[in-house]
Design a protein around this ligand. Structure first.
Ligand SMILES: C[S@@+](CC[C@H](N)C(=O)[O-])C[C@H]1O[C@@H](n2cnc3c(N)ncnc32)[C@H](O)[C@@H]1O
Length: 212
């Protein structure tokens, strides 16, 4: 258990949507809301040895182990760290980072999720780069989940992804609005193929190839 500047009992339930810190609004959602935001399994049995990366996670003040027992839950946000405005996040691992250059290797997570961050806080071009990064660190058997996401949000990258063999499901809506679920289709059966097709898309966008 990490050291907190307060007793968790005093701040739970953490269900206020917006906390104002140094004049800037930051959202603050409890991990318990993640299954309904991202339509993830509520079966505690299914999470053992699974992994989740939350991109642009913001503050989190409750323990992800309650919601995802046995899973490793990691978070990146540019605002983590000494100079960032986010001081406390209860993910099992918190790393300062941006979606455009995720500080994890290929095939690291079963689910790579982002709520109200990647589709709302980065430019369209950076969001396309970010989606490629989220797919890179997601396992070939895993997926990327973006909330809220409407077809227009993916218009800079959806054609290239589908041509390369990824599948994009925009039909589902969770508690925080419409979601995109992106995963490898049947033509992308192994990590090596996934890495090659993602690098082809990067090259066509004028980006350097990524080597994990
Ligand atoms: C509105 S908050 C959402 C926080 C949390 N995901 C939620 O739904 O409560 C947006 C977050 O995106 C983060 N962010 C901004 N630019 C980012 C980037 N390029 N990559 C990753 N996260 C970013 C911000 O620091 C902020 O914590």
């Amino acid at each position: 258990m990490k050291d907190y500047p307060f007793e968790l009992a005093k701040v739970l339930p953490v269900n206020q949507d917006t906390k104002v810190e140094r004049g800037r609004p930051i959202t603050c959602r409890e991990w318990d809301s993640y299954p309904s935001i991202f339509l993830l399994s509520t079966d505690p049995e299914c999470w053992n040895n699974k992994s989740i990366l939350d991109v642009g996670s913001g503050d989190k003040w409750d323990d992800p182990s309650r919601t995802f027992p046995g899973a490793k839950v990691c978070a990146i946000d540019p605002e983590f760290g000494e100079k960032g405005r986010i001081k406390w996040n209860t993910a099992h691992e918190t790393v300062p980072g941006i979606v455009q250059n995720i500080p994890y290797g290929d095939e690291s997570f079963d689910h790579v999720v982002s709520s109200h961050a990647v589709t709302q806080h980065v430019s369209p071009k950076d969001m396309s780069v970010g989606v490629l990064e989220m797919l890179r660190v997601a396992k070939v058997s895993g997926d990327v989940r973006l909330v809220p996401c409407i077809p227009k949000d993916l218009s800079g990258i959806d054609g290239m992804l589908m041509e390369a063999g990824f599948m994009i499901d925009l039909s589902q809506t969770g508690s925080d609005g419409p979601m995109a679920i992106i995963n490898a289709g049947p033509d992308i059966q192994d990590p090596a193929t996934k890495a090659v097709v993602l690098n082809k898309i990067r090259t066509s966008m004028g980006l350097a190839e990524k080597v994990s």
